[in-house]
Design a protein around this ligand. Structure first.
Ligand code: PGA
Length: 242
């Protein structure tokens, strides 16, 4: 695992967008593990621009999102389904709908939904590239501190830290869902290659925990130490003070 400071979120986002673009153009049937959140906004903006400029055929690309809030429908303004449509799939409308996979947080039977999603990953995966953000508390996906290292897709209770951090996207904190469906830590580790991005001072502590190179269940992202191909890119503000 290597942590590299690329200086700014724009440089790091452009780098990752180029890596995703390269993967898609070299392997037209690539499987991509996609993430949401503020960190990924610029990545998708650069990616859409690269796709448009080159009119890349993405009809064979299959995508799997990490997580979704429980109780939010696909069209809800704050759902990750809506985020992905607004930021990528509607802006470059050439993806094949049946190859876009996002957990259904509004499913009637959430247990069945978690099983369906994990089975899908096992049948169609592994991801060629999985991109990840990181929570202030070190979560990846919505795998909060203490999550079992062998966890697969499951319903998770969000911690106060996550609810508070994500309240910036809602009108107020009470509107933030308390649960999510999230790929587990073991599901994430199945990817062939993992790229994690962290921007801003609020992420620095979590990155400093990763820089210790010790697996710590209280900092879920440290499980990435068990994976052979992980790159971490940060901006100046999230770079570890060594
Ligand atoms: P953010 O979320 O990109 O909105 O900061 C990242 C995360 O919680 O994984």
């Amino acid at each position: 695992m290597k942590i590299t400071n690329l200086g700014s979120s724009a440089y790091a986002s452009f780098y990752v967008a180029c890596e995703l673009f390269k993967q898609m153009s070299q392997q037209p049937h690539s499987k991509l593990g996609l993430a949401t959140g503020g960190t990924m906004v610029e990545v998708y903006e650069f990616l859409v621009s690269l796709l448009q400029k080159n009119q890349l055929d993405v009809s064979g690309i299959e995508t799997f999102n990490l997580d979704e809030y429980v109780g939010l429908s696909a069209t809800h303004e704050q759902s990750y389904h809506r985020y992905m449509n607004d930021i990528l799939f509607n802006r470059y409308p050439h993806f094949t709908k049946s190859l876009i996979h996002i957990p259904d947080g509004a499913a009637e039977n959430l247990m069945e939904e978690t099983k369906r999603y994990e089975d899908l990953i096992n049948q169609k995966g592994p991801m060629d590239i999985q991109i990840l953000g990181i929570g202030e508390n070190g979560h990846i996906g919505f795998n909060e501190p203490g999550t079992d290292m062998n966890s697969t897709t499951q319903v998770v209770d969000l911690t106060d830290s996550t609810i508070n951090a994500n309240s910036r996207y809602f009108d107020n904190e009470s509107e933030v869902p308390k649960q999510a469906v999230s790929m587990g830590l073991a599901s994430i580790l199945k990817a062939k290659r993992i790229i994690l991005l962290a921007f801003g001072e609020k992420k620095r502590e979590a990155i400093e925990q990763l820089a210790k190179h010790e697996v710590n269940k209280q900092v879920p992202a440290t499980i990435l130490l068990a994976h052979p191909d992980v790159e971490i890119y940060v901006d100046d503000a999230a770079a570890p003070r060594l």
